[in-house]
Ligand binder design. Structure first.
Ligand SMILES: [Zn+2]
Length: 355
């Protein structure tokens, strides 16, 4: 695969994760290139339950080994376990058509998904397209509530964020504000390299900790070259920590406006679905908390097609943002968080970081 093709695939993936139908029209290049990729790979036929079984087996193996090892790698799964990429690419109705799939008799064909109750609401995402089946039938969906008392505390290496600057490329895709990130920024997880592809925001935070959602969350979406996805969620709060918790997330002499968020909001395009590149450099390190303890679990994309086998990391410590920054996002998207999903029998691990 050439770098060019790879880049296009990454771009198509980033787009398809959050766009479902009409929005791809704004990027015909990506749509055109995504089609052969989807054709080349067989459409996933494994029912969601079989990947759950695979995941459960892999987890059991890990536990039985008692290695103290936390991450379920793609390599831990039986050969043939589907990664999210194909599903994500396939989710686009145009892609599916181009791949010669039979036309679906779908009453909801023209209904676009949304966060509001109704025909396109979260309860109906799974019915909007066959590609979205995991949204209703999946057993390892995101987001979830993380109960700290139930998390398994284990020794884990720190996540290695090898992030560098990127020219800003920003789009309001109709569901969120999304930033496409330039090449060369990676997350290293247990020796595996995941490239940062894009990040985007939800209000309130989709993840809940001990039943509470925070003001917002940023999702940093990474992809391994095998197609596997790893998403890092960084909670965002307007509330300075009370004194005893101060050491958790640092120095309260700092100004509360997050400088990167400010740059992003300043450059939000006036027109939806138009990707703008205003000639500004950004550094995503400004969205990471100082203290990098995290929770990890196996979940899914939180937007259609809700593809599973996504490795989630939720940072325990939030970053501080100003009320005005949250309000400004709320003027564009007052509520863009999927309802909490059943945790089922999944493990959530909390990292006690090894130094
Ligand atoms: Zn998200």
């Amino acid at each position: 695969m050439t770098t060019q093709t790879k880049t296009t695939l990454f771009a198509a993936l980033a787009v398809s994760m959050l766009f479902v139908s009409t929005s791809m029209a704004s990027d015909p290049h990506a749509a055109a290139d995504a089609a052969p990729a989807a054709k080349a790979k067989p459409a996933p036929t494994a029912a969601a339950s079989s990947s759950d079984d695979d995941m459960a087996k892999a987890l059991l193996n890990k536990i039985n080994k008692g290695s103290g090892d936390i991450v379920i790698r793609t390599g831990d799964l039986p050969a043939g376990t589907q990664v999210a990429e194909t599903k994500a690419l396939d989710a686009n109705p145009k892609t599916a058509k181009a791949a010669g799939k039979p036309a679906e008799k779908d009453a909801h064909h023209d209904v676009h998904w949304s966060y509001m109750d109704g025909p396109g609401g979260p309860e109906n995402w799974g019915d909007l397209s066959k590609a979205n089946l995991a949204c209703s039938k999946g057993k390892t969906q995101s987001p979830i509530n993380i109960n700290i008392d139930n998390a398994v505390k284990v020794d884990l290496p720190a996540l290695e964020f090898a992030y560098r600057q990127s020219p800003l490329s920003i789009v309001d895709n109709g569901h969120t504000i999304m930033v496409n990130y330039g090449e060369g920024s990676n997350l290293m997880v247990d020796g595996r390299q995941f490239r940062l592809v894009q990040f985007h925001f939800h209000k309130p935070s989709e993840e809940a900790i001990n039943g509470e959602r925070m003001d917002m969350v940023v999702h940093l979406v990474h992809q391994h070259h095998d197609g596997g996805l790893a998403v890092v969620g960084v909670l965002m709060t307007t509330k300075r920590p009370a004194a005893p918790r101060k050491s958790w997330w640092g120095d309260d002499s700092k100004p509360q406006d997050n400088p990167l968020i400010q740059t992003l909001w300043n450059n939000v395009p006036l027109v939806k679905e138009r990707v703008e590149s205003p000639g500004v450099m950004i550094n995503v390190n400004q969205l990471l908390p100082e203290e990098k303890t995290y929770f990890t679990y196996m979940g899914s994309l939180t937007t259609p097609p809700c593809s599973e086998n996504v490795l989630w990391f939720v940072m325990k410590n939030p970053i501080l943002v100003s009320e005005e920054q949250v309000q400004n996002f709320g003027r564009i998207y007052p509520m863009n968080a999927r309802p909490l999903q059943p945790k089922g029998d999944r493990l959530v691990k909390e990292a006690k970081l090894l130094q």
